[in-house]
Design a protein around this ligand. Structure first.
Ligand SMILES: Cc1ncc(COP(=O)(O)O)c(C=O)c1O
Length: 405
């Protein structure tokens, strides 16, 4: 095991989280109950959405959101090829096919609205956007395309808690938070996220029907929770749908409430460090730091730089590793994972043909920007407690890999 001098991310927990967890443990009620309800209400108010429903994790949030907006058996879900695999896996889980769309550019790795247009079909039930690294996707264009075709928009907002959409051309949307920009939005509270409860997730929505469906499916399709029965508000239940156990719990809700209260300050720290990174990498010849124009509204979940070529990326990763600085890749092109290549169709991967995703063969695109991004992108350490000296150290180690002019 490598003892990283600078890890990729780190949690910012303190006494307040400890006190919150202890309060719940001493209170004796552990499964979904009043703390979860309070966390949901505070989260909904923070995002500016009518509803927030806490669930087991971000993947469960995507699963339930897709079901609630009607993406089911035989449908298609257009989504970015540059994403964590959860959205594509959950698309398959609901019986639909993922149709992968390319990203806009190496310096804006969110879904390209023109690609959405090209990949919509009569079977499209939803479009998933992902706010990469905490930078909100081009929601004005995405919403217009989807509204015209009556297709639901699901935000994969797992990177973007606290991010805002800023767009002078869309005053009605500008200033809205990630999570209040589609039919449903999904958040993750995994350990590396800006707001963490270890594992956890949330669905936000303005639609009453979506919230009701997610709430029902979260707990086996049952009409009442144990908490309501414990309180004497109900003594029995009906089962209205084939649901899951994707419930959240009280310890995590209590920790989540403390994390939510700290979020804006933590995101401001991330923003300051991201600015410093950007300044220090300015002279790195051939390197791109994405989202140069759109810094302030981001949640700054990730600090990503794009190397001049795949060789320079490899050299940089090795040089940082030698300095015990952790890096990562967000993300390999989802269409190129074996599970997606092997879903049949003309695009299936063989030993002597280029990698092609099966879903891609439905629409004939080449996902060249997502693939190029995967060859050249490198995620650098970023977390609220990181020091400026550590940012300088990371950038110095990158210069050791001869990235500078
Ligand atoms: C963009 C994105 N989508 C979905 C997920 C899935 O969330 P979780 O790990 O909480 O299931 C994650 C987190 O890992 C993510 O980063």
């Amino acid at each position: 095991m490598i003892d990283w001098r600078v890890p990729l991310s780190d949690v910012s927990f303190g006494e307040a989280e400890e006190r919150a967890a202890l309060r719940v443990l001493r209170g004796g009620w552990l499964s979904t109950g009043p703390e979860t309800r309070a966390f949901e209400e505070e989260f909904a108010a923070f995002v500016g959405a009518r509803h927030a429903v806490a669930v087991a994790n971000g993947t469960a949030a995507l699963h339930l959101a897709l079901l609630a907006v009607g993406a089911g058996f035989g449908g298609e879900v257009v989504q970015p090829a540059t994403n964590f695999v959860a959205a594509a896996n959950m698309t398959v889980a609901v019986g639909a096919s993922p149709v992968f769309a390319d990203i806009l550019a190496l310096d804006e790795p969110t879904i390209d609205p023109a690609e959405i247009e090209r990949r919509l079909s009569p079977r499209t039930r939803a479009v998933v956007v992902m706010h990469y690294g905490g930078h909100v996707a081009r929601m004005r264009e995405v919403r217009a395309i989807c509204a015209a075709r009556r297709v639901a928009v699901v935000e994969d907002a797992c990177h973007a808690v606290g991010a805002r959409y800023v767009d002078g051309g869309a005053p009605e949307l500008s200033g809205r938070a990630a999570g209040a920009l589609g039919d449903a939005a999904c958040f993750s509270f995994f350990a590396n996220k800006n707001l963490t409860t270890g594992e956890g997730g949330m669905v936000t929505t303005d639609r009453d029907d979506v919230a009701e469906r997610v709430r029902l499916l979260r707990s086996h399709g049952m009409t009442t929770l144990s908490w309501q029965r414990h309180q004497g508000h109900a003594s029995s239940y009906e089962v209205l749908a084939h649901g899951f156990n994707y419930r959240f719990d009280e310890v995590r809700a209590a920790v989540g409430r403390v994390q939510l209260a700290k979020l804006e300050e933590n995101n401001r720290r991330r923003a300051r460090l991201a600015r410093l990174y950007r300044d220090l990498l300015r002279d790195a010849r051939g390197w791109i730091v994405p989202f140069a124009e759109r810094g302030e509204e981001s949640a700054h979940h990730l600090m990503v730089a794009v190397a001049p070529d795949a060789g320079a990326r490899r050299e940089a990763v090795a040089s940082l590793r030698a300095a015990r600085i952790q890096t990562s890749l967000h993300y390999p092109c989802v269409a190129d994972f074996a599970a997606f290549c092997e879903r049949g169709g003309a695009g299936a991967r063989t030993h002597d043909s280029p990698r092609r995703g099966a879903a891609e063969s439905l629409t004939g695109g080449d996902l060249s920007r997502s693939r190029e991004f995967a060859r050249r992108a490198i995620t650098l350490p970023l977390f609220p407690a990181m020091t400026e000296a550590q940012v300088e150290e990371v950038c110095d180690a990158l210069s050791g890999a001869k990235v500078k002019a």
